[in-house]
Design a protein around this ligand. Structure first.
Ligand SMILES: Nc1ncnc2c1ncn2[C@@H]1O[C@H](COP(=O)(O)OP(=O)(O)OP(=O)(O)O)[C@@H](O)[C@H]1O
Length: 755
């Protein structure tokens, strides 16, 4: 239906024109104000008298604060001027029966004259009704309590460059065609904002309470990454006074992924949040000197079936457990108990502080600090005590000798003998004073020399590269064979100045306990995407060093291709790291990325894994061609077909096309054989950006990304009927938005035969 035929077209068009004009007025006024405030600041600077906390200084502060807010509002309004809102909800409040027309957009705007909202921010409490409600009764929460009312109208708008192009009234029966048209669109090489089409179950995740851990298990394409970013935008808006963006940290699997999400953040009004990978964050904390044995090494090894050594597999898993943390704890405990040398601190024969006083300070009063940070407090205490006592000792020594000298002078005759006695006493006095002064000048330093501060890796080596210590601190939980293996393996890696991914948590943990970090960590609200790839120790260390419970973990156990080292079940996290009672758990099973046909195929793949914890994705109503599986007699025929098909899908104006191979080696082989007239690059874990076009991607790196069209290609490397291969295939298949092709040599991919 043409938009003009809608009965309210004229009303909505006028409303849109009015809002746009009002925004223009506000923008112009803000620009004028901006100039005025700038000149105010200039004036105030001229008058500034640094010795006087004068009015000028206050003026500067006030004006710059105002400028900051005005600037932020200006930018937000400027961004929405061509599309001020995306929906309208008519709401009748139960308390006063008043009807309100709420136009919901990406920022808020109030009319100055009467304080009526012209645009309501999608993150505000009342906007909740747009996401939660259908027509009819609804409640929503605000800081003032529960609000009740009726939704009389729910309407969605398509506005392009300021023009009203579509109006869609949502009633009880309508399918969400607004959502469908948004999903039909070809993908850019970046993630997009979905404020206008957030679904009810996604809205619940976005607005879930901030103060306790939230675990979101979401099937492939359920919007986890997208929601994570909207959740931050929601927090920043809702808790503007409590948190600043630097308090938020997004942890994503790699820099390619960070780049992929980075553009949507400013669009959502979220800038300056910390975005990092676990490895980069850890490297910052424990030091960059050590080279990480390739993070994807194990996955590559297992993809290529090289990890035959079961002890090696055991070690990778074990280093991510809290049992391993217990070993470190036992070491730290003993180190702490014996940290303070068993001796009193004396100045001459006067006791400044006893061993037990210092030890109590260390073990009890200062126990909240890392060991070496406790020491600096102890040092201050000793210095203060020394100052007091030194003064007293000097005084009493002087007094003692002076009175003795006085006595001799008074009681004895003035003879050569008396003179010699007095001289001897004076010399003795001076020597003593000199010695007290000398001892006191080095006393603190001498005491502090007891504590040899080592590099954190040396403490760690002391555990893992020492069989006796491993035996002692593991308290019988390790076998001799395991101790042997751990010792030899650790020596090989660590003595070569290298680290494995699993070494970061224990190192950061030890640094946190023993040395402390140099900079203060401000992040206390953490979002982890692809959280199924973390191990328990990694969650634990983040919680411990950031000293917070405010975690949002998003992931999908079905995509846990690193499960040889990571969690296999969210219960492990709830039981091991956070408390089960406290943690909220939400599950998303609707998938938005791909078509029904592709998702059905992917579901059949993942169902090959025998695990009742795996949720099958439910695709939204969007049809496309089923995945096309073709088997080829020779490599040449396969490559020819791949080549032709890529050319033909490129003509459909797809911006992102991926050829997904099992490993990097296979990608390299295919690249070599591809005709030069197709520009095709390989994405590796060293890449930090993907600008669209045709790419070759190893299956394990494709995780988290999406492409208009994908080709799963298998020439030399087959996917076998085992968990890891099934997951890799599932990940690959679920990357497609519109089309999927499976091209393989005859005899390969027989696990798909039944599908
Ligand atoms: N409510 C929605 N409205 C429009 N698009 C949506 C919505 N939810 C998700 N999408 C789209 O679905 C796709 C998948 O989203 P996203 O990548 O965030 O999912 P994911 O759960 O992180 O996926 P995966 O685990 O497979 O990497 C994206 O293109 C996203 O824009």
């Amino acid at each position: 239906m043409s938009v003009k035929k809608h009965p309210d077209y004229i009303e909505e068009k006028e409303r849109l024109e009015y809002t746009k004009e009002y925004i223009e007025e506000v923008l112009t006024a803000t620009t004028d104000y901006r100039d005025k405030y700038k000149s105010n600041i200039k004036e105030a600077m001229k008058e500034l008298d640094y010795l006087d906390s004068s009015q000028s200084y206050i003026n500067i502060i006030l004006n710059s604060k105002f400028m900051e807010t005005a600037e932020k509002n200006f930018e937000a309004l400027y961004k929405v001027k061509d599309k001020p809102y995306f929906a309208r909800v008519d709401f009748q409040r139960e308390e006063n029966n008043k009807k309100e027309k709420l136009y919901i957009g990406k920022t808020s705007l109030y009319r100055a004259e009467d304080d009526i909202p012209l645009i309501v921010d999608w993150r505000s409490p009342v906007a909740n009704i747009y996401y939660e409600g259908r027509l009819g009764p609804i409640t929503y929460e605000t800081t003032d309590g529960t609000q009740k009312g009726d939704i009389l109208l729910k309407r969605q708008f398509t506005i392009e460059q300021g023009e009203l192009k579509g109006i869609l009234d949502v009633d009880v029966t309508t399918n969400d065609s607004f959502l469908q048209s948004s999903l039909d669109a070809n993908v850019d090489n970046r993630l997009k904002d979905i404020a206008s089409t957030i679904q009810r179950e996604q809205n619940k995740v976005i607005r879930a309470p901030i103060n306790k851990p939230l675990i979101v298990q979401g099937v492939a394409g359920s919007g986890k990454t997208t929601i994570a970013l909207h959740r931050i935008a929601y927090f920043i808006y809702t808790y503007e006074k409590t948190f600043s963006p630097e308090n938020f940290m997004i942890i994503a699997p790699n820099n390619l992924f960070l780049n992929y999400i980075s553009d949507v953040l400013p669009e959502l009004g979220v800038e300056d949040v910390v975005q990092t990978t676990f490895v980069d964050f850890m490297r910052d904390l424990v030091g960059k000197k050590y080279k990480l044995v390739n993070k994807n090494k194990y996955i590559i090894d297992s993809v290529e079936d090289n990890v035959e050594n079961s002890l090696y597999r055991w070690l990778i898993l074990f280093k991510g457990t809290l049992d391993f943390r217990n070993i470190i704890d036992n070491y730290i405990k003993e180190f702490e108990t014996n940290f303070i040398p068993n001796e009193d601190i004396l100045l001459g024969d006067i006791t400044l502080l006893t061993y037990s006083e210092i030890n109590d300070m260390f073990l009890v009063d200062l126990s909240y600090l890392p060991f070496f940070k406790r020491l600096s407090k102890i040092k201050t205490r000793i210095s203060r005590k020394l100052k007091e006592v030194k003064k007293d000792i000097l005084e009493s020594t002087m007094n003692y000798y002076d009175s003795n000298i006085e006595d001799i002078r008074y009681l004895e005759e003035d003879t050569e003998e008396r003179r010699l006695k007095i001289v001897s006493l004076i010399n003795e006095r001076d020597d003593k004073i000199k010695s007290i002064k000398k001892q006191s000048s080095t006393l603190v330093k001498d005491y502090m020399n007891n504590f040899d501060k080592k590099k954190i890796i040396e403490y760690y080596n002391h555990i893992v590269c020492n069989k006796d210590n491993l035996r002692e601190y593991s308290k019988d939980i390790l076998t001799e064979e395991q101790i042997d293996f751990m010792y030899n393996h650790s020596k090989n890696i660590l003595y070569d100045n290298k680290l494995e991914l699993e070494d970061y948590s224990p190192l950061a943990y030890m640094k946190h306990k023993i040395l402390g970090f140099t900079k203060k960590l401000k992040m206390n609200n953490v979002l982890i995407d692809e959280a199924q790839d973390f191990n328990i120790f990694e969650f634990y260390i983040l919680k411990e060093i950031l000293n917070t419970n405010m975690f949002t973990l998003l992931g999908d156990i079905s995509q846990g291709i690193h499960s040889y080292r990571s969690i296999n079940d969210w219960d492990e996290v709830m039981e091991g790291v956070f408390s089960k009672e406290e943690t909220s758990y939400m599950s998303l099973v609707q998938s938005y990325r791909t078509t029904i046909e592709i998702m059905d195929y992917a579901n059949k793949i993942i169902s090959k894994i025998d695990n009742d914890k795996i949720d099958l994705a439910k695709p939204v109503i969007r049809h496309g061609n089923p995945p096309e599986r073709v088997s080829f007699k020779s490599k040449e025929l396969l490559i020819d077909k791949l080549h032709d098909k890529i050319q033909s899908v490129k003509e459909k104006n797809y911006k992102t096309i991926a050829v997904i191979c099992k490993s990097l080696e296979e990608c390299n082989k295919i690249k070599k054989q591809m005709n030069k007239d197709i520009e095709i690059n390989i994405l590796t874990d060293k890449d930090t950006s993907y600008k669209g076009g045709v790419v070759l991607v190893p299956s394990y790196l494709a995780k988290g990304l999406e492409f208009d069209c994908i080709f799963i290609v298998s020439i030399d490397e087959d996917y076998l009927d085992k968990d890891l291969d099934i997951k890799l295939l599932y990940v690959a298949m679920t990357r497609a938005l519109h089309e999927a092709y499976i091209y393989h040599l005859e005899g390969n991919l027989t696990l798909l035969d039944e599908i």
